[in-house]
Write a protein that binds this ligand. Structure first.
Ligand code: IPM
Ligand code: MG
Length: 398
């Protein structure tokens, strides 16, 4: 979706300042003639990674191949697999492929066996490196409860039924990337002279502004309510965050903005999650809150995510991790990855119709009663990873 139709003055100003990613959050997308760049075959970098990554990616690739579209797909190792293949979790060739591609489909990284490696070589560095190198600053993590899965949540059905919230997590700043950081001899205070570990929490104004624009525009396309989560009562970084978000709000008078401290937000997410529409927050709080939000839906195995740059290029990955405990057993739920592929089609490849088809196919298999073990309930049919992929491919048939 890159055709804007009629914009009001303030909207067009906001869009000029704000990244394109904002315009892509519409549920439905206007059709317009394909641009030159879309006539060439779009390239998808496929990075399966570790644990259950390869199994779930295999099913998502099958789904993409079952669409009547031509994509160029190229696979490369990442995470522990990258370390095994090239001595680094994000091998140079993998990063190059990710940079050249129009979009990245990512499985998961991490395995206990790499926990003893020095930090720079651990699998997690692959995803952090991709986010930073590709400038994927806007992480969209929807938490949607499919009606068929209402019983899978650990919360009472009335608390979560109909849940549809969107967490927008800033992804390239905050304490995750702030310098300086490290381990050293404590230079001052009551523990002076001891060894200490330290990190730096920081946000520049433009970093906050661009993610705030993403969030306001997303809220505008939904129920027009935005909650900005901070810790302004304690942290300077997040007092600044709150001030800047409040300033950006002036450009979106039609959206209701609320500020909430992160501890309260964690509590409200499990107490009355349906009160939220869009949540925007920093990298670390977003990491924590998005896991909590995912669990409201009963299965993190169902939730896709998109990490976008300012030009709609993105990395798409399931919200769950590599689950090494069930790797290779053929029981992992491939639906979050398949739904991530749908987000990839929608946001980076401008193929909304195909994205709709994939999402409809997933709903269909759920309605048919098919369930991987993580979402299994009595009265439904337990299937494995491949059977679930088969069912989605079949449901795609027109
Ligand atoms: C996530 C993960 C990552 C993060 C890890 C694997 C580095 O927890 O995507 O939420 O902390 O961002
Ligand atoms: Mg996380």
């Amino acid at each position: 979706m890159r055709s804007h139709g009629c914009l009001t003055l303030s909207e067009s100003k906001a869009r000029r300042e704000a990244p394109n990613v904002l315009t892509l959050l519409m549920r439905r997308v206007t059709t317009r003639p394909a641009t030159k760049s879309e006539i060439r075959t779009m390239k998808i970098a496929v990075l399966p990674g570790d644990g259950i990554g390869p199994e779930i990616i295999e099913q998502a690739v099958r789904v993409l191949n079952a669409l009547d579209e031509k994509f160029e797909m190229e696979t490369a190792p990442v995470g522990g697999a990258g370390y095994e293949a090239a001595g680094h979790p994000l091998p140079e060739a993998t990063l190059k492929l990710a940079k050249e591609a129009d979009a990245v489909l990512f499985g998961a990284v991490g395995d206990w066996k790499y926990d003893k490696l020095e930090r720079a070589l651990r699998p997690e560095q692959a995803i952090l490196g991709l986010r930073k190198n590709l400038n994927l600053f806007a992480n969209l993590r929807p938490a949607i409860l499919y009606p068929e899965l209402a019983g899978a949540s650990t919360l009472k059905p009335e608390v979560v039924s109909g849940l549809d919230i969107l967490i927008i997590r800033e992804l390239t700043g905050d304490i995750y990337f702030g310098q300086p950081r490290g381990m050293r001899e404590c230079p001052d205070g009551p523990f002076k002279g001891e060894r200490e570990g330290f990190d730096t929490m920081r946000y520049a104004e433009s970093e906050i502004r661009r993610i705030a624009h993403v969030a306001f525009q997303a809220a505008r396309k939904r129920n027009k309510r935005l909650t900005s989560v901070d810790k302004a009562n304690v942290l300077e970084t997040f007092q600044f965050w709150k001030d800047i978000v409040t300033d950006v709000h002036k450009e979106y008078p039609d959206v209701t903005l609320e500020h909430m401290y992160v501890d309260n937000a964690a509590m409200q997410l499990v107490r009355a999650p349906k009160k939220f529409d869009v949540i925007v927050t920093g990298n670390m709080f977003g990491d924590i809150l998005s896991d909590a939000a995912a669990m409201l839906t009963g299965s993190i195995g169902m939730l896709p995510s998109a990490s976008l740059d300012a030009n709609n290029k993105g990395l798409y990955e399931p919200s769950h991790g590599s689950a090494p405990d069930i790797a290779g057993k053929g029981v992992a739920n491939p639906l979050a990855t398949i739904l991530s592929a749908a987000m990839l089609l929608r946001f980076s490849l401008n193929k909304a119709e195909q994205a709709d088809r994939v999402e409809a196919a997933v709903k269909k298999v759920l309605a048919q009663g098919l369930r991987t073990p993580d979402i299994y309930e009595e009265g439904t049919t337990k299937v494995g990873t491949k059977e679930m992929g088969d069912a989605v491919v079949q449901a795609l048939a027109r």
